[in-house]
Design a protein around this ligand. Structure first.
Ligand SMILES: [Ca+2]
Ligand SMILES: [Ca+2]
Ligand SMILES: [Ca+2]
Ligand SMILES: [Ca+2]
Length: 423
């Protein structure tokens, strides 16, 4: 853009607004006639930072040491029940107020001047001086070899200030083992990128004229105030499993404090394996001699290659005695199972035999190691074996019963008795 715009005369934006209000108003009328669904976006402040971290902790990640540097009205949690965002819940950050993300889209210049400072990382990304920056940062330990999350960046700068210096911007910066920082910003690498490119997501890189497959214009929108927003974007990074990384989520206004922007972050996840159990009869517990079961090892997401896992069998049930031996019966020796290529899970059969000994309920304790970091338990579960109901009858010998008389049997154990043939 020409330097003459650098001072951004107030009148320029004001005149533009009036034109866009008219256009938005016409579109709003059309949408109201054709729409009966009332999808909901709700936002709420969350000053408990551990709770805020919890709101974006997905499968396979652990978040610690959360810090916020943001205006009190600029951050919180969101929930969404519609189909536009492609997200359900998580954390929302804004260069204005989070409450003003909620529709209808009745103005095209929603502004709250937080009066807070900008962020030097975002200055580098956008090439402008940022203001009203909102930063949420934390340590994160992924269980797998990557982490990812879906996000939506929305702004009032759309569409009238596309291509200008008001290039509001969002960044998702990772640092840690194996991460090479972006040029000019040290150890931090921005992973909020336009797919297939190294271009950071911003007003000037995703809009109606550029990378428009990832952009949705929101004139007349009923659910959200922002005039435009990104769609279908995912931030990803390769990581070393079980290592500690640091993430910074930041959004800011560029060049002034007006025409706010928001970023919605869905739960962060890392490839993960979890345990579950099932039995032949569908009951929770196995039963000696008649209801064997399976331990299921499930991975999420499914990958094209096989995955070999190691686990331990402990608990009060003895491997090779209370159930058919699985691997080395020594409880401190790891067992192994492989999830086949392209498959979501593998199962280990558990066959508890009837030993005709009355005993209390026993259980297997399954401890799942992380295939990427030995010695690191990522899940555990107990799987119980109920005793067989043993009925004893006395006397056991054949009885001769005269017509018209009877014989007595004493029965212990069991629940229901029947005699055949009927007398
Ligand atoms: Ca708006
Ligand atoms: Ca606008
Ligand atoms: Ca702005
Ligand atoms: Ca602002």
């Amino acid at each position: 853009m020409p330097k003459t715009l650098a001072l951004k005369p107030e009148t320029d934006k004001t005149m533009m607004h009036q034109r866009f209000i008219l256009r938005a108003g016409v579109l709003a009328g059309i949408v109201l006639i054709g729409s009966t669904t009332m999808a909901q976006l709700s936002v709420a402040p969350q000053t408990n930072l551990q709770q805020l971290a919890e709101a974006i902790s997905g499968p396979g990640v652990r978040i610690t040491n959360p810090l916020i540097n943001c205006h009190g009205q600029g951050y919180g949690e969101f929930n969404y029940s519609g189909s536009l965002l492609g997200l359900e819940s998580g954390v929302v950050l804004s260069s204005g107020r989070i409450t003003e993300a909620i529709g209808p889209n009745d103005v095209e210049n929603k502004t709250f001047q937080q009066g807070t400072s900008g962020n030097s990382l975002l200055n580098t990304v956008t090439g402008r001086s940022t203001r009203d920056a909102c930063l949420f940062e934390f340590d994160i330990i992924p269980s797998g070899d990557s982490l990812s999350f879906q996000f939506v960046f929305g702004s009032e700068e759309y569409n009238e200030w596309v291509g200008s210096q008001f290039n509001d911007v969002f960044g998702f910066f990772i640092s840690g083992p194996g991460i090479v920082g972006d040029p000019g910003i040290g150890a931090d690498k921005n992973i909020a990128l336009v797919p297939g490119t190294t271009d950071p997501v911003a007003i000037n890189s995703v809009n109606a004229g550029m990378n428009s497959a990832y952009y949705q214009y929101n004139a007349g929108g009923q659910e959200m105030q922002m005039d435009g927003y990104t769609t279908g974007l995912v931030a990803r990074s390769v990581v070393e499993p079980c290592q500690t990384y640091h993430l910074k989520l930041i959004v800011a206004d560029a060049s002034d404090r007006k025409f706010d922007s928001w970023v919605f972050v869905e739960r962060i996840q890392s490839p993960n394996v979890s345990l579950s159990t099932r039995t032949v009869n569908g009951t929770i517990n196995m039963v000696e001699g008649c209801n064997p079961g399976w331990i299921r090892f499930t991975r999420d997401p499914v990958a094209s290659g096989p995955l070999t896992l190691s686990y331990f069998l402990q608990g009060t049930a003895t491997n090779g005695t209370d159930y058919t031996a699985i691997g080395n019966v020594n409880p401190s020796v790891a067992k192994s199972i492989t999830i086949p290529a392209g498959q979501a899970y593998a199962e280990q059969f558990v066959n508890p035999g009837a030993d005709a000994i009355a005993e209390p309920t026993e259980y297997l304790r399954i401890l799942l190691g992380n295939p990427n970091c030995p010695g690191f338990v990522i899940d555990s579960i107990n799987f119980a074996i109920n005793d067989t109901l043993i009925a004893s009858v006395s006397p056991a010998a054949t009885q001769t019963i005269c017509h018209g008389s009877g014989a007595q049997f004493n029965i212990q154990g069991g629940l229901v008795y029947a005699a055949e043939p009927p007398v």
